[in-house]
Design a protein. Sequence first.
Length: 268
Amino acid sequence: MAISVPDELLHDYQGKCWWCGNIADSREHRYKKSDVVRNFQTDAWKTGVVRVKGAPSREEYIQGANSGKLKFAKVLCARCNNENSQAFDRSYDIFAEYLHIEEELIVSTGAVRMSAIFGANWSERTSDLLKYFVKHACCRLSEDRVRIPDGVLDFLNGTRSDLPHISMEMSINLSVREMAAHLRDVHGIHGGSLWSGPHQVWLNSTQTAIESVNSHFGINCYFLGYSCDMQSNTGGLTLDGDRLEMPSYRPESLEDVDIRDVCRDCNT
């Protein structure tokens, strides 16, 4: 996490699955294996796929899509990780494939139509997609020993139709997109990037409880930011009908920067 949190405010899951409470004996991928394979083809593993942790100076090489370095610790049981969330994973795979194929259209329009991705049952499949995102966020929270609110578990279990506490939004990082195009066109480097930011934690005014936790994760230029507010009774992805907005932005530090100036291959 980005700040130090007193141990007494953290939650020890004691080796139990954060979802159902059974023994945690399964390791979920931090990034879906299908995303890893799509972004880094066979030849990429031979030349070396690099994982950067925290800063450019902290790098480690990944040997393949099944590497343990690409997985969470054992925070789920096998049943929850596979059987109970199979529909979530399927909806996410369809969604991610669409983002990959239709990137030009999505960037130009700044949105996606869930009905274009999922068809007539887009509402149900969108709910399953949201549950995939929630599952991912919960794995990260439990790994950092943040207690997951009961209402979130009720949503995953289908006993609550709306998602409380966790709000999410998707956006497009144009600087990441431009860097990928630069590496491909100038340096002949093909492939993508997968992102996961640290948790930012806010405590309440008396410093006696965690008030909220924020972070993001993403695939290539697509970023999904989330905030877990322990007191909020609302959450989810905001849709306008079946339209999911994805506004584009550049990080403030890169707004007026030429991509060549921040490319390590151009400056070595």
